[in-house]
Write a protein that binds this ligand. Structure first.
Ligand code: OAD
Length: 243
């Protein structure tokens, strides 16, 4: 994208493809999590009601993997963009790992929750999740044995949607990275931002299900494409400042 002043407001949406090269599996690739687990059993409120032990086991394993993982060059480049871009950069992630924060990103929106969070289904209290959670764990605030992972399941409303929709209406540039474009409302963000006048860029290993909603598509592994894209964006602003 040419002709940037540096003051543009950038909104970035990230998905599982960004963390794939940190060793965390995606959901829908050929060896993805949803090819090995039944989404209805481990990622819905109904599945949790039927078998909370199974659901905790699933998220305990994912928490252990996420805590052992390191951010890759893609996460680091986005943190650098936040630091060095003169305008605002908001990162909205569907990922439940903490790799953006580990790379130094700030002010993130975790629209699908976070593995490091525990939530009391009885009183709504939130606290830091221990490594292993179990159905009978009491809530530290109300003591109800109603502990669940602070993850948004299918059929539940993602977090901070009003804030996200507001940002999508205000932004100049919307960039979706490593997401298949199959889960709503995130899959509609390019349409929402584009309709409000933003330039939309998709960065992914392959064209997503909503690739037609983007003005530009950059294909390749995120650990290479994201640092290259960030460097080219920052170079435009630096060149301008040098003139
Ligand atoms: P998906 O697994 O649906 O899609 C991952 C996307 O990343 C695919 O389009 C891949 O082609 C791409 N990809 C894989 N490796 C990549 C790499 N190294 N570099 C760049 N792209 C790569 O994951 P999401 O779109 O994040 O929700 O899934 C959205 C939501 O569905 C998740 O947040 C989760 C899931 O069910 C809940 O659990 C509520």
């Amino acid at each position: 994208m040419q002709g940037l002043s540096g003051n543009e407001f950038i909104v970035i949406l990230t998905g599982a493809g960004l963390s794939a090269e940190s060793g965390l599996g995606t959901f829908r690739d050929k060896d993805g999590l949803w090819t090995r687990y039944d989404l209805e059993e481990v990622a819905t409120p109904e599945g949790f009601a039927r078998n909370p032990a199974l659901v905790h086991e699933f998220y305990n394993a994912r928490r252990a993997n996420a805590r052992a993982a390191q951010p890759n060059a893609g996460h680091q480049a986005l943190a650098r963009l936040q630091r060095d871009w003169p305008g605002d950069v908001l990162i909205v992630t569907q990922n439940v790992d903490g790799l953006h924060e580990a790379a130094g990103a700030q002010g993130l929106i975790h629209m699908h929750g976070i593995l490091d969070g525990a939530l009391c289904a009885a009183c709504g209290h939130r606290w830091t999740a221990p490594a292993v959670m179990a159905p009978q764990d009491p809530c530290p605030a109300c003591a109800a044995p109603a502990t669940r992972p602070d993850i948004v399941w299918f059929g539940e409303m993602p977090y901070q949607m009003e804030e996200i929709w507001f940002a999508l209406r205000q932004c100049d540039l919307f960039v979706a990275i490593g997401t298949s474009g199959t889960v709503y409302p995130a899959a509609a963000f390019a349409q929402d931002a584009g309709r409000a006048g933003a330039h939309c860029i998709e960065i992914n290993a392959e064209p997503s299900a909503v690739t037609q909603d983007f003005d530009e598509v950059i294909l390749g592994p995120a650990s290479q494409t994201v640092p290259d894209w960030v460097a080219s964006l920052l170079a435009q602003v630096t060149r301008k400042a040098d003139r």
